[in-house]
Design a protein around this ligand. Structure first.
Ligand SMILES: [Zn+2]
Length: 317
């Protein structure tokens, strides 16, 4: 029998998704559980073995050659451990070893979720055909990953491209990561909404005070909502420009819930980039919306299983 498929596992703070994926990124079988994020580590692991059990029960399982994991971070790909911020029961949790034993010793690749969506956008989405790209998720947090020289660049521990925690405001607000003025502290959905509320924006009759509601208000011309998105756009632009200046990317892909805000975000973002990306070799930098939908994490984890980027990077390939 051909081993022409890979298994993919996407572990987040709210759900654990898994799939069997073919060599072109097509999803053939899916499974999902809610993440028991506030439970102890073994209980969380049981949800993982449950979704894996759904996959191994498939008649297609015999065709699976490897398994890729994209996990909320921080991860340590070299140690095979994860410590997701939103899953306190897992700190330095030996996820790779546990998953490998649950799937009969198959090769297992671990990458962070930002790196996973980057792998997906590079393989199937908006960064396809680009050898040097930054891909970002802007939602509850801000994550990202890099493609350099045509290859995914996960870094030694699988966290490279973590643009959400680049400081773009030296004396800015303290960030939960311990630093100050991080991109995430300014540009994440909750921070866009927080700033709009602090400056006098009020939600409509439905009480929705999310960044999506602020985006709708901005689209309708509310100046405080517009200003909150412009501030987020400047933070993103400064982070993207710093990245481009440092490693010469030619495209930045922005996805996630905030990325779906459309021109309310991308208009000021492109404008702010002209203020920060000023040197000749970064001036042509494009910023585009992500193309991969909610399956990006799974497709990216599958890409990692197919290409083994962490091992390749560690070996200097
Ligand atoms: Zn931070």
């Amino acid at each position: 029998m051909h081993t022409d498929l890979v298994a993919a596992l996407d572990i987040g703070g709210t759900k654990i998704a898994a799939a069997l994926v073919d060599g072109r990124g097509g999803i053939l079988v899916r499974a999902q559980r809610a993440t028991p994020a506030q439970e102890d580590g073994d209980t969380v692991m049981r949800a993982v073995t449950d979704v894996l059990g759904d996959l191994t029960a498939s008649p297609l399982w015999g065709r699976v050659a490897a398994l890729g994991i994209g996990s909320a971070g921080p991860v340590d790909a070299s140690a095979g451990t994860v410590s997701p911020v939103n899953v306190p029961g897992w700190r330095g949790y030996p996820l790779v070893e546990r998953v490998r034993s649950a799937v009969g010793g198959l090769p297992v690749e671990l990458i962070g979720d930002g790196v996973a969506i980057t792998a997906a956008e590079h393989w199937q989405g908006a960064a396809r055909g680009h050898d040097n790209a930054l891909c970002m998720v802007v939602s509850t947090g801000v994550g990202g990953g890099l493609v350099l020289g045509g290859r995914l660049h996960p870094g030694p521990t699988g966290n490279a491209g973590h643009i959400g925690h680049i400081s773009v405001d030296l004396d800015g607000d303290p960030c939960p990561c311990g630093s100050r003025g991080c991109v995430e502290r300014i540009a994440s959905g909750p921070n866009i909404a927080r700033r709009a509320l602090a400056n006098g924006w009020r939600p409509g009759p439905d009480g929705d005070a999310s960044a999506a509601a602020v985006a709708a208000a901005a689209r309708a011309g509310d100046p405080v909502a517009v200003a909150s998105f412009e501030r987020a756009a400047r933070a993103l632009a400064a982070g993207i420009a710093a990245t481009a200046t440092l490693v010469e990317i030619d495209i930045a892909v922005v996805g996630g819930g905030v990325g779906k805000a459309g021109e309310v975000l991308f208009g000021p973002l492109r404008k702010a980039l002209t203020d920060y990306a000023t040197l000749s070799f970064v001036r042509r930098l494009e910023v585009v919306p992500a193309e991969m939908g909610t399956d990006a994490g799974l497709v990216g984890a599958a890409a990692a299983a197919l290409t083994g980027p962490v091992k390749a990077a560690a070996a200097g390939v």
